[in-house]
Every structure is written in structure tokens, then in C-alpha cells.
Write a protein that binds this ligand. Structure first.
Ligand code: NAD
Ligand code: HSO
Length: 443
């Protein structure tokens, strides 16, 4: 039987558009009660039984027969050996990608990640001290594909931030270790690596076990189980964002070759059956041509089954009245990746407000951002780009306010604080400020 991928065809002029659009829109782990229940049970079990539970789930879900979690830790020698053993082309590509990702994040740190302070005229000092996190856990997915690029995207900004210890987890289904993943961990200076994944790995990092140290924050992308687990451990640890199944939205004016657009839609669909690829375009004939390219190209794809499941289940080709309307719908979707496939991308960019990353112009395939453009590929999904940002150096830092009030400053601030504290009925607050006000200022 020939496999077909026919994303839903919608039109904004149809009376049923809003309902159909809503039905297609966001997948969310919250909506999937079965996943939520499985994840809640795994988290509780790991919290209670530690290593033993991690071991059982890892053996069950990843098809291993390990006898201890310690056995699942990789040594630094193993990481180096993987790097040394790579074919030169792979080593060079990893090095080149790492250089670009590092430079981008160094620039990001300079722009917004440094401590700052200033003094008032009375020499009171005010500012913010930025400190790196002590220990972070980075999740590198590994169930349906392997992600050396996600090792770099997680670990390099952590390094640039100055994080003390970087603990990486990555599932290795059937015990198959990917040499590029290990080599990327070596290049990016990861401190410890455990070959565990899913909700059990998130739990181990959040609560700690006999073998896996507890971390301050967990970052990184993953499938629906990982996304649900991260959401649930928030509060015990920090998390970066919800970075679940991948998404692409292509906003096309019809000027890009349709096979380029079809392949860009495939590029995210091939991650996961739950991934989402959407095309928005005011030209119905162009949408037909993209569908024809989907039909032509699908049989050539090694991951055709996953692509077809994703496009049939969650994909959409949406005919809009205009590019302006396409931009407005894109803002409602708030996609992880937004490609502006237009001959005049800068005309539309100012209209676009919500997206994890915006790719401008026909030559900017989203996949270049996945690997080596420089910005981070760990991005918010499921509409969370309305309030979340790409993973960055700032995720691996925290800030403390700095306040040093001079004696003169205490005379200015004290009376204000006294009045407000008394207004709140908090007498000790008022007295603490009053004690520092000189008698002559009170007179
Ligand atoms: N948003 C982003 O920034 C971004 C970046 C890269 C990848 N991704 C996404 O990451 C995901 C990677 O998913 P993956 O599956 O390849 O790897 P993964 O590592 O996220 O998940 C694999 C793990 O899921 C768990 N699991 C699988 N089936 C289970 C079940 N029935 N019950 C309990 N646990 C189960 C297992 O523990 C397994 O080890 C994809 O959805 C991809 O689109 C997102
Ligand atoms: N597209 C993913 C983010 O959703 C990142 C990635 C890694 N490798 C390939 N792609």
C-alpha cells in the first residue's frame, strides 16, 4: 500500500474555519491524561525507590538489561574515545557547529548576562549580581532519533554561563550508544553522562538517587513524557521551558520552490508522530503545488512513516485571504519555528510577535538553525512561545539584587519606608528604617 501524507486543507473563508483550526492546533501533554498518569507514577516511584526504580524503567522502556545505575554512567575516557574515533568529516562538522553556537551565546552573555550597578548622587549603590547555577541537568533526547546537536545546544550555553557541573542524561534504546552524541559531550565539556531517559531520568535529576546527583535546574527538549515530567518537577528544580514535540509553521507568499517548502514541513514532521507542520499561504494554487511535492517526495524519505503520521494527524495547509491574515494566524499559533518563506521577509517580520525562532527568507531553511546557524534550537512548543524564550545563557544564570545604602541615602529612603511600613501596619519594618535616620533629620 502506498503511504500518503495529506495534511488537513483549511481555508480562512470557510464558516467552519475557527472550529477546525482549534481542533488541529495545540497538542498538550496536559490534555493527554494517560501520559500524565504514567509520568506521575514514574516520578513518585523514582522519588521513593531511587536507583532501583530508574533501573527498572530504563530496562523496560529502553530494552536494556543493566544491573545498576552506575553501570549506565559513561566515563570521560569513553567520551574522548568516541570523539577520537569519529570520521574527520563528522568531527569537523561538530567542531564547526560548536564554534558557531558558542560565539552566539558569548554574544548573548555580553548583551544581557553580566552584572551591573550604578550609584545614586548620595553614593547609594544599586545593581544586580549575576551568578551561574551550581549544577544543572541537561536532557538530550534519544528515543526515535539521536541528537548530538542537542548536546551542544544545552551544554555550550551552560558552559558560557559558567555552570559548575553539567549532568547529561540521554536514553540509549537497546544499548546503542551514538558516537556523535558522546563526542559532542566531550567537545562541550559535560561533567557526567548517564544513559537514562524519559520521565525516570527527569525524576532522577530532580530528586537525586543513590547514583545520580540532584540538580538545580533541568533543561532540554524531549517527547511528551519528558515534557510532562519537566512540568511536574518544576518547583523542586527549575526548568527552562516546555520543549516538546517539534513544530514548524511556514508562512509562504508563493515565491519559494514548492519542494523546498515540502521538505521543510517534513523536516519537523520526521522527529515524531506528534510533531506539527503547518503551511499558511494566500495562494491556493501554490498550496496545491506543495501538496504535489509532498506526494512526490514522501516515498523517498527514510522516515516516511513518522512523517505521514505527523502530517496526517497534526499537519495543516491553510489558505488565507492575505499575507497579513497569515501573520495574524501565525501569532495565534505561536509556533516553535516560523519560516517566512517570502521574497520580502522583512515586510512581514514586524507583524510577527510570537514564535520560538523566526527564519527569514527562502534560503534560511529551519534545519540550518537546528544544527549550526548559532542560535539555540531548544525552543518553546505548544503555543508557549507566547511567554517563553529560546534556551540561552540566561537560563543557566540567576540574579541577586545588590543594595548598599549610604548614610546620606538612609536619610532620604528612611522617611519614605517609615510612611509605607506604617501604612502596612508593619511596625518593625518602620523602626528598622527609623533607627538609621539621624536625630537632626527627624527634627
Ligand atoms: N522543542 C525542541 O526544542 C526540540 C528539540 C529537539 C527535539 N525535540 C523533540 O524531542 C522529542 C524526542 O523524542 P524521542 O522519543 O525521540 O526521545 P526522548 O528521549 O524524548 O524520549 C524517549 C524516552 O521516552 C520514554 N517513553 C517512550 N515511550 C514511553 C511510554 N509508553 N511510557 C513511558 N515512557 C515512555 C522512554 O523512557 C524513552 O527513553 C521529539 O518529540 C522531538 O520533536 C524538541
Ligand atoms: N528541530 C529540533 C527542534 O525542535 C532540533 C533538532 C535537532 N536535530 C534536528 N533538529
Amino acid at each position: 500500500m502506498t503511504m500518503k501524507a495529506t495534511p488537513s486543507r483549511l481555508s480562512t473563508t470557510s464558516a467552519s474555519f475557527d472550529a477546525e483550526f482549534k481542533a488541529r492546533l495545540h497538542w498538550s501533554a496536559e490534555a493527554d491524561a494517560a501520559i500524565e498518569q504514567v509520568v506521575a507514577d514514574i516520578l513518585a516511584d523514582v522519588r521513593k525507590r531511587g536507583d532501583l526504580a530508574v533501573l527498572e524503567y530504563t530496562n523496560r522502556f529502553d530494552g536494556l538489561s543493566a544491573t545498576s545505575v552506575a553501570e549506565l554512567e559513561l566515563t570521560q575516557d569513553a567520551l574522548k574515545a568516541a570523539f577520537d574515533g569519529l570520521p574527520a568529516a563528522q568531527r569537523d562538522a561538530l567542531d564547526a557547529a560548536a564554534r558557531r553556537v558558542r560565539s552566539y551565546h558569548e554574544a548573548q552573555k555580553k548583551a544581557s548576562g553580566e552584572s551591573w550597578s550604578y550609584r545614586d548622587a548620595d553614593s547609594t549603590l544599586l545593581g544586580q549580581k549575576v551568578t551561574p547555577l551550581d549544577r544543572v541537568g541537561i536532557y538530550v533526547p534519544g528515543g526515535k532519533a539521536t541528537y548530538p546537536s542537542s548536546v551542544l545546544m544545552n551544554a555550550l550555553p551552560a558552559h558560557v554561563a559558567g555552570v559548575g557541573e553539567i549532568i547529561m542524561v540521554v536514553p540509549t534504546p537497546r544499548g546503542e550508544k551514538n558516537a556523535m552524541v558522546l563526542a559532542a559531550a566531550y567537545i562541550a565539556g559535560v561533567t557526567r553522562v548517564f544513559t537514562i531517559g524519559g520521565a525516570q531520568a527527569v525524576a532522577a535529576l530532580a530528586y537525586g538517587t543513590e547514583t545520580v546527583p540532584p540538580v538545580n535546574k533541568i533543561t532540554g527538549p524531549g517527547n511528551a513524557y519528558v515534557a510532562a515530567a519537566k512540568r511536574r518537577v518544576f518547583g523542586t528544580v527549575g526548568i527552562d521551558m516546555i520543549a516538546g514535540p517539534s513544530e514548524i509553521l511556514v508562512l509562504a507568499d508563493g515565491s519559494t520552490p514548492p519542494d523546498w517548502v515540502a521538505m521543510d514541513l517534513f523536516s519537523q514532521a520526521e522527529h515524531d508522530e506528534l510533531a506539527q507542520s503547518i503551511l499558511l499561504c494566500p495562494d491556493a494554487a501554490y498550496i496545491d503545488r506543495v501538496q504535489a511535492e509532498i506526494d512526490r517526495l514522501l516515498p523517498t524519505m527514510p522516515r516516511a512513516e513518522i512523517i505521514a503520521a505527523s502530517l496526517n494527524g497534526r499537519g495543516a495547509l491553510i489558505h488565507t485571504r492575505s499575507m497579513e491574515e497569515a501573520c495574524e494566524i501565525s501569532n495565534r499559533i505561536a509556533p516553535e519555528h516560523l519560516e517566512v518563506s517570502s521574497s520580502d521577509p522583512h515586510r512581514w517580520e514586524p507583524l510577527l510577535r510570537h514564535a520560538g525562532a523566526i527564519f527569514l527568507g527562502a534560503f534560511t531553511s529551519e534545519s540550518l538553525g537546528d544544527y549550526c546557524a548559532g542560535p539555540n534550537h531548544v525552543l518553546p512548543t505548544s503555543g508557549t512561545a507566547r511567554f517563553s524564550s529560546p534556551l540561552g545563557v540566561y537560563d543557566f544564570q540567576k540574579r541577586s539584587s545588590l543594595i548598599e545604602v549610604s548614610e546620606a541615602g538612609a536619610q532620604v529612603l528612611g522617611p519614605i519606608a517609615v510612611t509605607l511600613a506604617e501604612g502596612e501596619g508593619l511596625q518593625a519594618h518602620a523602626e528598622a528604617a527609623r533607627l538609621r535616620i539621624k536625630q537632626e533629620s527627624l527634627a
